[in-house]
Design a binder for this molecule. Structure first.
Ligand SMILES: *[C@@H]1O[C@H](CO)[C@@H](O)[C@H](O)[C@H]1NC(C)=O
Ligand SMILES: *[C@@H]1O[C@H](CO)[C@@H](O)[C@H](O)[C@H]1NC(C)=O
Ligand SMILES: *[C@@H]1O[C@H](CO)[C@@H](O)[C@H](O)[C@H]1NC(C)=O
Ligand SMILES: *[C@@H]1O[C@H](CO)[C@@H](O)[C@H](O)[C@H]1NC(C)=O
Ligand SMILES: [Fe+2]
Length: 496
């Protein structure tokens, strides 16, 4: 009882409580009398519990979101509307197309025929049009046949330049634009948006709107996996892959989304004869994996401005001797922090997660790769999967070796901050069951939908902020100045 009472009071009220107790007792009683020593014990107890609370460190947000179902937007919703014109390109999206940011992969779907494979593009204000040709692919999934999926890489772009581009032909041409990133360099500012587990509910639409209207303008999205949730429909109704891309086009046609594969991308359904994992995802979404020496589109790296971003696959083999393991062991020594000080890792399944959902699902990968992350001083790791928000302290758990019993995460200034941001708003709803008490490694956690931004300022400082959908667009519910682990490895934690 007393413990619970103490837990719900904040730090100031603890001090006040202790002070009041001492004060009142000192007045009412003669403290030298042996009979009055019970209150000394009480005060000592309160102090001890108070210290225990402080050492616990973490904050479980007091914000309680109304529990209601997340419902997919109905098929006639405005966000799913098909562009006008015969065979008009739809589901337009872009992603980085090379290792350094001088290429862009443009993708789109035409429903009635292959149409044109060509992207026409030009620098803003300069009407000399350039052309690039892409390829078209289709796939079948049970009784669904995809439209014509086009992918076209445009290369040799100028850095930090606004390009217009258009796809389609005749009366169905559609035009978009994007900004290329600045040239890679150690002090180049850049702002990433962070989204995960988005789905296509009314909440998903709110999350995307909040990201778009956030006054901290994200320039590219780091997407931590689980896109459409089409696999929640009977026979993984792949038409919901199409609706999802029509919905997200309003952002992903104008800025690159950097893809991570989640469990909802696996689409493994032997009961309907679909046994090739990641079939819809890999046909629809491309990644520039070859330019980082990877043998699979599911794990790769890119450099963008002052960041080196490594994308891992939680759902591909990662044990010793596997292609992914071999790649990460070669990739980490290649990272040049003097060119890209910020080392960021994306993966779907979190390693440090104190919700009672997907608990310890990331554990086997943590055992494999955490020593590398600490050795190479990864700055931040972003994951999704758990439909809530959580930020960790800088901790590691690398001492354990099966027999020594040293299995508690410890504070470690060479370790990354782990962020779970699977709070995009999908049909499966929120994760609201947390382990109690909040573990020491957990700095902040909250069951709400939202998104985050990572605003890199220079080689030492980045400003990180998480936004919940219930607040105004500018409101930051959790924020932190993040200090670079290579150039400024100072403890930035809020609760130590
Ligand atoms: C989705 O959000 C956009 C932008 O806020 C809005 O215009 C649109 O009506 C919303 N659609 C649905 C179905 O909620
Ligand atoms: C696929 O089969 C399901 C029933 O198994 C049916 O409801 C659906 O309409 C079919 N879809 C197509 C595109 O034929
Ligand atoms: C929360 O999760 C724990 C551990 O899995 C479980 O024992 C408990 O019943 C859950 N509580 C609710 C309210 O679902
Ligand atoms: C890096 O950015 C931070 C935050 O804006 C600023 O305080 C600091 O002075 C900058 N460092 C340098 C070397 O400019
Ligand atoms: Fe997931």
């Amino acid at each position: 009882m007393l413990y619970i009472l103490v837990r719900i009071l904040d730090f100031q009220s603890h001090i006040h409580l202790i002070y009041t107790l001492i004060h009142k007792r000192a007045i009412k009683m003669d403290v030298t009398k042996p009979t009055s020593c019970w209150w000394v014990v009480l005060v000592a107890l309160v102090i001890a519990l108070n210290l225990a609370t402080l050492c616990n460190g973490g904050v479980t947000s007091k914000f309680v979101r109304k529990v209601e179902k997340s419902i997919d937007m109905h098929l006639e919703s405005d966000v799913f509307s098909v562009p006008t014109g015969y065979n008009a390109p739809q589901q337009v999206h872009i992603t980085q197309g090379d290792h350094e940011g001088k290429a862009v992969i443009v993708s789109w779907v035409t429903m009635h025929g292959p149409g044109s494979n060509t992207v026409e593009y030009w620098i803003d204000g300069n009407y000399q049009k350039l052309k690039a040709n892409g390829r078209v692919t289709t796939y079948k999934f049970y009784n669904y046949t995809s439209g014509f999926i086009h992918h076209c890489t445009i290369s040799n772009l100028k850095y930090n330049t606004k390009y217009h581009y258009q796809v389609g032909m005749g009366h169905s041409v559609r035009s978009f634009w994007f900004m290329t990133p600045p040239e890679v360099g150690p002090d180049v500012p850049y702002t990433f948006g962070l989204l995960g587990d988005l789905g296509q509910t009314y909440d998903s639409n709110k999350t995307l709107t909040h990201y778009e209207l956030n006054p901290t303008k994200g320039q590219a999205v780091l997407f931590v996996g689980d896109l459409s949730y089409a696999d929640n429909y009977p026979d993984h109704d792949n038409a919901r892959w199409d609706t999802w891309a029509r919905f997200a086009e309003r952002s992903m046609a104008y800025q690159p989304w950097i893809w991570t594969a989640g469990n909802h991308e696996i689409d493994f359904a032997p009961e309907i004869g679909e046994t090739k994992p990641f079939k819809p995802f890999t046909h629809r979404y491309r990644t520039p994996y070859k330019s980082s020496g990877s043998s699979s589109p599911l794990w790769y790296s890119i450099k963008r401005a002052s960041a080196h971003i490594i994308v891992l696959s939680s759902y591909s083999a990662y044990g010793k001797y596997t292609p992914q393991n071999q790649w990460i062991e070669e990739e980490l020594p290649r990272v040049d922090r003097n060119k890209t000080p910020w080392l960021i890792v994306l993966m779907h399944s979190p390693w440090y997660n104190s919700y009672n959902y997907h608990y310890m699902e990331g554990e086997t990968m943590r055992v494999m790769y955490e020593p590398l992350f600490v050795q190479y001083k990864v700055d931040m790791v972003f994951s999704g999967h758990v439909h809530a928000y959580e930020r960790s302290e800088r901790v590691s758990n690398v001492a354990y070796n099966v027999i020594n019993g040293i299995c508690t995460p410890v504070s470690d200034q060479s370790a990354p901050i782990y962020i779970t941001i699977g709070d995009g708003g999908n049909i499966e709803g929120l994760a609201n069951n947390m382990s109690e008490p909040q573990p020491k490694y957990s700095a902040y956690r909250e069951t709400s939908f939202g998104h985050a931004t990572l605003d890199i300022k220079n080689r030492t400082h980045a400003y990180y902020a998480w936004h919940r959908n219930q607040d105004g667009y500018a409101v930051e519910a959790d924020s932190l100045w993040v200090f670079n682990r290579y150039f400024h490895p100072v403890d930035e934690s809020t609760s130590s």
